[in-house]
Ligand binder design. Structure first.
Ligand code: NAD
Length: 364
């Protein structure tokens, strides 16, 4: 059954990791290393069944292949899921055991933080392997990725505005933001500086007040955010929020935000937005500033260089909108095509030169 799934979507490797002493139970999945070593975070979650954990790691690793490829990174896609309750079941020994498993893959897979894991956990992994990103700044990382993610969202939003309004200036535009957390607050700074008006909502009253005080944002209720008179909607909190209930209410001309998996159903809801004349900026490209920033650690982190790479999201969005027009598909489908075309072209290069070995990258 597992091989059927691996064959169906062309997975390279699944590694089941167990360490009796620390209680570690983890699964590392490498989906595709055509463009380079597989980079993707380690997610700790209390999965009810092993089947659920396997499904999740397969889905997430493949997602990283597309995200890294569409972001223009020379990296493949992979992921780790750790079965357990965070932080209760964590220990130094636990993450060092995982670090030894990552190291045993000799650079085919590079891990990082994800849901349920922290910088401190990555530091433990780093004691065992150089194939880890998102470690402490004192070890040479770029620190909190949220400002860089936000800068990427801002860059993507400019290119999306050009698509929707014919001009990439955000001056005088009204942006409705769902959630004003780490990424979104930093995004608000860029938008405010450019002269955009902001409408915000959050479940946390303090976050709303901060945006109102700092940027003169207009605060609205949780459900109202879908219906406000704005130019651009920026979902920066939750997944699945573009669906049958919300899309009919949207008055905006574009959607561009940091949240993952915004479309409840990729194909159907992507088309629904298109039919309403709303330009949708594919979330996994929009929010790729975080992974671009963390991946820069592999060359010895340089903030300026990382920012330059994040700026490239503008050009990646350009390619996506062009593919969408060329093939008559939604931008969400075009982002997948961009990733697939990049991987296919590299496969041709590899077969031409018979170089199937994976280039390894690490911080040491
Ligand atoms: P965060 O937790 O700091 O911010 C999320 C905000 O959304 C919080 O202020 C929270 O109170 C608010 N929120 C939660 N439920 C809400 C609701 N129903 N309505 C309105 N607001 C609600 O998280 P973040 O790091 O800013 O990330 C935001 C999104 O971007 C997440 O979906 C995350 O997966 C994605 N993302 C973040 C990064 C990054 O670098 N942090 C990178 C890629 C993707």
């Amino acid at each position: 059954m597992i091989f059927d799934k691996m064959v169906e979507l062309d997975y390279e490797q699944l590694v089941f990791c167990h360490d009796g002493a620390s209680g570690l139970k983890a699964i590392i999945c490498i989906h595709d290393t055509t463009l380079g070593p597989a980079l993707g975070g380690a997610r700790m979650w209390n999965y009810e069944t092993e089947e659920e954990a396997i499904q999740d790691v397969l889905r997430l690793a493949r997602g990283m292949t597309y995200k890294n490829a569409a972001a223009g990174l020379n990296l493949g896609g992979g992921k780790t899921v750790i079965i357990g309750e965070a932080p209760k079941e964590k220990s130094e020994a636990f993450f060092r055991a995982l670090g030894r498993y990552v190291n045993s893959l000799s650079g085919r897979y590079i891990t990082a933080e994800d849901v349920g894991t922290t910088v401190a956990d990555m530091d433990f992994i780093y004691q065992e392997t150089p194939y880890v990103c998102g470690i402490s700044e004192s070890y040479g990382s770029g620190g909190n990725p949220s400002p860089m993610t936000a800068y990427g969202v801002y860059t993507a939003m400019k290119r999306t505005a050009k698509e929707a309004f014919g001009d990439d200036s955000l001056q005088g535009k009204t942006v409705a933001l769902q959630g004003v957390g780490n990424v979104s607050y930093s995004l608000c700074e860029h938008l405010h500086e450019e002269g955009a008006s902001l409408i915000v909502t959050d479940i946390n009253q303090d976050s709303i007040e901060r945006a109102v005080n700092d940027f003169g944002a207009q605060a609205v209720g949780i459900e109202e955010i879908y219906e406000v008179d704005a130019d651009i909607f920026a979902p920066c909190a939750l997944g699945g929020i573009l669906n049958d209930d919300t899309i009919p209410n949207l008055k905006v001309k574009a959607v561009c935000g940091s949240a993952n998996n915004q479309l409840l159903e990729d194909d159907r809801h992507g088309k629904m937005l298109q039919e309403k004349g709303i330009v949708y900026a594919p979330d996994y490209v929009v929010n790729s500033g975080g992974v671009i920033n963390v991946a820069d650690e592999l060359q010895g982190y340089n903030g300026e260089r990382a920012k330059d790479k994040v700026k490239e999201i503008y050009n990646q969005m350009d390619k996506i909108f062009n593919i969408a027009k060329r093939d008559g598909v939604t931008p969400a489908a075009a982002a997948d095509r961009l990733a697939e075309e990049r991987i296919d072209s590299m496969m041709r290069v590899k077969s031409t030169f018979s170089q199937n070995e994976v280039t390894t990258l690490s911080r040491r």
